[in-house]
Ligand binder design. Structure first.
Ligand SMILES: [Fe+2]
Length: 391
């Protein structure tokens, strides 16, 4: 049941569906629960006068939720201006990740300042223009899953929490949690870790130990307990069928729910030696299908928004039999992003990259579907680095 409320009548726990009246046109995230008086004060400060509240959505008091309803921060610089920095950050991230794995393997204690400083630079890039690092996370190497996965989860979480409007220290904390979340995998034997295909029950028991191994390593690093909790929960599921502690529902923190979503999304979209990565849209459909049973539905919906139907870096097939890469999402019409056309399917050859705005009134092209590079047996990563973005 929807009801109009003056901002002075708004209470903590109410679920706001939309902004009804505000003094200026600043873009405010319009849906979400009022989690504290601070949120109400911020809305007042932002000139909100009236909101539409959904009275049927009672507050589930045992369920922690992130604060939403904050203004979406604008991109301070363009994609083109950020992409080279993002590419360097991405390479640094893989190097830091590799060094950490080697240190853990040798039983050395990791100096926390190294991953902390790295995730600070990652978060700064997301603040300047999230599309650049999100794009880099799509240009992945087939054999670098172990190094790239944690880096990608850090990027996804920084982007997710940034789009949710969380405080800067929370964005930083989530990015660091993502970056460190699978550190325990270094203690899993290679034949299990890199096994092409399904693990046996016994192998799965060993594989699942990576969570405990990881949190043990982090305890030695004297890392904040909230980060250890988030990492310890990245394989827990709301139905209690996750691991290692089979936590259920409200026992799993908001950040634990968020990392589970980002971790699953990256695992599904990754290309491994034994499987091609699924397109983003398919991964988002799987997450939606498994919520609210396994994943927090409201958070999954917010995650879908943060990634978009055709995330920057997605390969798409056009109705003129050409392939293109999504370069910039359209704010309103998500199926009409700016793209770079680079490959002819009919002729099986690369083309000189051509920028096209699908939303331009004169443009007659349309996206048919999202595809993966392996569908067309093209080495897109190499082509991307050499010809499209990295100069
Ligand atoms: Fe994991």
């Amino acid at each position: 049941m929807l009801k109009l409320f003056d901002i002075d009548k708004l209470e903590v726990g109410m679920f706001v569906e939309s902004i009804a009246k505000q003094v200026d046109s600043m873009k405010i995230k319009s849906r979400g629960r009022i989690t504290s008086q601070k949120v109400i004060d911020q809305l007042k400060k932002q000139g909100i006068k009236q909101v539409v509240v959904d009275l049927s959505k009672r507050l589930e008091s045992d369920k922690p939720e992130p604060e939403v309803l904050k203004p979406k921060k604008d991109k301070s610089i363009s994609f083109d201006a950020e992409i080279n920095t993002a590419a360097k950050i991405y390479e640094t991230g893989k190097r830091v990740q590799k060094d950490m794995f080697e240190q853990v393997a040798k039983n050395l204690t990791i100096d926390l300042s190294v991953p902390s400083e790295f995730t600070t630079s990652l978060v700064s890039s997301i603040h300047r223009n999230p599309d650049a690092l999100m794009c880099m996370s799509k240009i992945r190497e087939k054999d670098s899953y172990l190094l790239e996965h944690s880096l990608n989860v850090a990027i996804l979480l920084a982007n997710f929490s940034h789009q949710l409007g969380l405080e800067d220290h929370q964005v930083q904390e989530l990015a660091l949690s993502g970056f460190l979340h699978d550190i325990g995998k270094i203690n899993i034997p290679d034949k299990i870790l890199h096994k092409p295909g399904r693990l046996t029950d016994e192998e799965m028991v060993i594989m699942r130990k990576h969570v405990q191994f990881g949190t043990d390593v982090l305890l030695d690093m004297e890392i904040p307990s909230s980060i250890i909790r988030t990492i310890g929960e990245h394989h827990e599921r709301l139905d209690g069928l996750g691991y290692p502690e089979q936590r259920k529902g409200a026992e799993i923190s908001t950040f634990g729910r968020m990392i589970a979503i980002a971790d699953t999304y990256d695992a599904i979209t990754a290309t491994r030696c034994y499987k091609a990565g699924m397109p983003s849209k398919k991964a988002l459909q799987i997450l939606l299908k498994d919520s609210p049973v396994k994943y927090d539905k409201e958070l999954v919906l917010q995650f879908v928004k943060s990634v978009g139907i055709y995330p920057v870096g997605t390969l798409v097939k056009l109705d003129n039999e050409k392939l293109a890469m999504v370069m910039q999402q359209h704010q309103v019409e998500s199926n009409k992003p700016k793209i770079k056309v680079f490959y002819s399917v009919k002729g099986s050859h690369y083309l000189a990259p051509l920028d096209v705005d699908l939303a331009a009134p004169t443009c007659r092209l349309n996206i048919v579907e999202a595809v993966t590079a392996s569908d067309y047996k093209i080495d897109f990563n190499k082509y991307f680095k050499e010809s499209i973005a990295i100069t």
